[in-house]
Design a protein around this ligand. Structure first.
Ligand SMILES: C=C(O[C@@H]1C=C(C(=O)O)C=C[C@H]1O)C(=O)O
Length: 402
């Protein structure tokens, strides 16, 4: 007999009510317009690679199978890796709970966790990250490279598993305007984060992209904090870095859109730890059969997480970074059968496993960048997850052991 596939709409309780019921291995994604909680897996696919055609075929297969098995309203949730050569994980949850947009009175404040770390190890070491930035700077003089995003990570061995529900509550309190997620990557493992960056949202034939690039860490002194935001708004280096990203997204979206609104310049937006240059692009799809996943695959990876030109940046990342990004700087999101959906960039996130977590951050390197500033920028970006978990780390004393 066909399994029933309940798809519940829970408008009254977004998103905290949904989170209250979170269980291990649930999939959670919340944006300014919707919250999804997927439970169990009705159908899933680990793709051989993450090329646009492969993703499109996999999504079609998942929807066909779900329909054939009596699933009335299937939604795909998933993780797409940074690298097209790696495997994406797409699945249709057996049960889906949805909640509508957030409202102010739902912005409850939840305390940070008190995670106990056995050890915190930077990978690569801070000095190696600075050397990689230095090497990138020399590539600008000797190759066609204009920008490359270089990342690093912290591996934290924990005394006890991090409580995913408490962590998501904390992330929602500090990142209410962003994209908060926990997507299972294996049994009791997930990629969990609080991304501020929307690659694409599709609602009918309307698409919205919100690239971020050009950043400065925030400061605890309010005057210095405002001075930094004002400095970012007029920083030539950051405006150039931002323009590269917007130009690449416009070039990829134009052929897909009947109309595309491109603002004249970026605005400055805040997260808990960073100021970012931000541009919101809005378009109308020329071909309404193009899904949110299809548009996302056509844009990914943008120079916000890779660089420009794409191939030179990809090669520089492979040779300089020294670790596999996996889903970090990939995409997390959802797509329904009508093609609507949202795909956020998987940043300000961590891999969570029962005995460890791995926190990641990257920064755009352009001519004029300084290794020390990029190190500090990545440290500040990692603080979103470290603060939420209640972990302390300092690059000046990198090998922390409890
Ligand atoms: C790569 C990350 O962030 C990206 C890089 C940014 C930059 O270099 O200014 C800004 C936002 C993101 O597009 C990250 O947060 O890890």
């Amino acid at each position: 007999m066909n399994q029933p596939f309940p798809s519940r709409l829970s408008f009254a309780q977004a998103p905290w009510g949904l989170l209250e019921g979170l269980k291990p291995n649930d999939a959670f994604f919340s944006s300014p317009v919707t919250t999804l909680l997927g439970r169990g897996i009705a159908h899933q696919c680990q793709t051989p690679d993450a090329r646009p055609q492969t993703l499109d075929d996999a999504a079609r297969d998942l929807f066909d199978t779900a329909r054939a098995q009596g699933h009335a309203d299937p939604v795909i949730m998933g993780l797409i890796p940074f690298d097209h050569a790696d495997s994406a994980r797409l699945f249709v949850p057996a049960e889906l709970m949805r909640a509508a947009a957030r409202t102010l009175d739902q912005r409850l404040i939840s305390a940070p966790l008190e995670t106990q770390a056995r050890s915190i190890t930077p990978e690569p070491a801070p000095e190696h990250y600075c050397q990689a930035v230095d090497s990138a700077l020399t590539l600008f003089d000797t190759t066609a490279l204009n920008k490359v995003v270089l990342a690093r990570s912290l591996r934290v061995h924990t005394q006890a598993p991090v409580d995913a529900q408490a962590l998501l509550k904390r992330l929602l309190s500090i990142n209410p305007q962003g994209y908060n997620f926990a997507l299972p990557t294996g049994e009791n493992e997930s990629l969990t984060g609080a991304s501020p960056e929307l690659l694409i949202r599709r609602e009918g034939n309307r698409v919205i992209a919100n690239p971020l690039a050009g950043s400065i860490p925030r400061h605890s002194d309010p005057q210095e904090d405002q001075r930094r935001a004002a400095g970012l708004r007029v920083s030539d280096k950051d405006l150039r870095e931002h323009a590269l990203v917007v130009d690449a997204i416009v070039a990829a979206l134009r052929p897909l859109c009947r109309t595309l609104d491109v603002p004249e310049g970026p605005e400055v937006i805040a997260t808990d730890r960073m100021w970012h240059l931000s541009t919101t692009l809005e378009g109308e799809l020329a071909d309404p059969s193009l899904t949110s996943l299809g548009v996302a695959a056509a844009l990914h990876p943008t120079p916000a997480v890779c660089g420009a030109p794409w191939q030179d940046a990809h090669q520089a990342i492979k040779s300089l970074e020294g670790f596999e990004r996996g889903y970090f700087t990939g995409l997390v999101g959802w797509c329904d059968e009508a093609g609507d959906g949202e795909w956020a960039i998987a940043i300000r996130c961590a891999e969570l496993a029962p005995d460890h977590v791995r926190v990641f951050a990257g920064a755009g390197v352009v001519p004029g960048s300084s290794p020390q500033s990029e190190l500090e920028e990545t440290a500040a970006k990692m603080r979103t997850m470290l603060d939420a978990m209640g972990l302390d780390y300092d690059d000046d004393t990198p090998n922390t052991t409890a």
